[in-house]
Design a binder for this molecule. Sequence first.
Ligand code: ACO
Length: 433
Amino acid sequence: MEEIKKIGTAELKYDGKTYPLEVMEGTEAERGIDIRALRKDSRLIAFDPGYGNTGSCRSAITFVDGENGILRYRGYAIEDLATNCTFIEVAYLLVHGALPTQNQLSKFSRLLNRHSLIHEDMRNFFRTYPEHAHPMAILSAMVVSLSSFYPELDASSDEELDLMVGRLLSKIRTLAALSYKQSVGEPHVYPTSKLTYVENFLNMMFYTPVANYEIDPVQVRALNKLLILHADHEQNCSTSAVRLVGSSGANLYAAIAAGICALWGPLHGGANQAVIEMLEYIHKEGEGVEKMVERAKDKNDPFRLMGFGHRVYKTYDPRARIAKNACEEVLNKLGIKDPLLDIAVELEEKALNDSYFKDRNLYPNVDYYTGITLRAMGIPMNMFTVIFTIGRLPGWIAHWLELRDDPDNRIGRPRQIYSGPNHRDYVPIEQRG
Ligand code: ACO
């Protein structure tokens, strides 16, 4: 990680005093004020609910320029990575900081293959979940359970660390597919070293002993792309959850399980499911897209246009453009004419030409088109966020590793402005009115 440059001093004037605050600059010229000493010197804290303007760490993993629609992993443009790489190459890039050589990639693939099985006893857990359990609930519980089945958590050498990371990256795909098989009551399918990472996942999802499953290279390419698009996005809600939990010294599996729970929410990774629900509603109820746009604008209606808007992107999300192309490619290959795609395109056009959305810089985000692609591939809606989880895992791991080696790392512990009652005298229960 490059040293952060100190480029000047800002001043905060308050209550007759001046507090100098160091100004720092990152490698892409974004600037911040170091307020770490502010409370000690002045008793003032920074108030920033939702952390919209708080830099929680230095990071050399992902760069997002939300004003100009730029996303880079370790310096490489998302467009280049999505066009030229497999998901596994990108996972290697995020975790190790550089694209792999052929030898490194082969070694990494062998590691993932070797650790793709889950402990047979873990398979019993699946059987005890209620039939309609959400796969995200199962997945988060299974990931934290890995810490008891693979308790070598200290990982002091590079080799041990590679093993722990490889295990998690590989097993998550097996756990995800098993949670689906369990939910549809079909026999579990084992991973095989004959297939690539994504092929294996599709095979474990869709192969049954009574109907052979043909792996379609167009779908494999599309899924690789979708996973790459999701692989990291700097300090988003789930990654911050991983870092916060990791900052307490919790093990990798525990921190990742927290990330999975954070991703589940409809304002984050759950949005791809919410988009399909919204499009289906428009389709089934015969609601015009105009009505949905009007509802989204109405401040008395809690409805929001799902898959629209982003905390950081104030222009078209570069991932949404790639996801839209991948979606069209898959639908064309499969010869599917999905009315939901037509509705999505119409809704997008309507919103992008509406002053409410224009004034607030609300554009489609990554989740807007991904659900339609996954649906076309036969992936059920409650698995959409699970796919996002598989994609985001290398990013979470990279952040956990970065945090571990960061000399500035302290346990995450925000402050608050207390707004409750002042001191009250205790009243015994018999005297309470
Ligand atoms: N539909 C209608 N209005 C919206 C939408 C939307 N999807 N998104 C934001 N707005 C409006 C807000 O009402 C607010 O209006 P106001 O200024 O008049 O009060 C303004 O735009 C700014 O919105 P905020 O809520 O302040 O933006 P924030 O950065 O907090 O939220 C978020 C970002 C959560 C993504 C939001 O845009 C949203 O709820 N979108 C829909 C859910 C979604 O698609 N989530 C996936 C995000 S991508 C990801 O996590 C991978």
